[in-house]
Design a protein around this ligand. Structure first.
Ligand SMILES: [Zn+2]
Length: 52
């Protein structure tokens, strides 16, 4: 399992296994992020960036 932290404020968002792709809201800064967990890496992008 990998743990993902908020890129904006550093708050811990969630833990997940490889292959997970989830949309999550940070309880601390209220940002909405799309988290993709792969076998060797974790990527976090803001939901707004996904629209383009
Ligand atoms: Zn945050």
């Amino acid at each position: 399992m990998k743990f993902v932290t908020c890129p904006h404020c550093g708050h811990k968002l969630l833990g997940g296994d490889a292959g997970s792709c989830v949309c999550v809201k940070c309880n601390k800064c209220k940002g909405i992020f799309v988290v993709t967990i792969q076998k060797d890496s974790v990527s976090v992008s803001t939901a707004a960036e996904q629209k383009s």
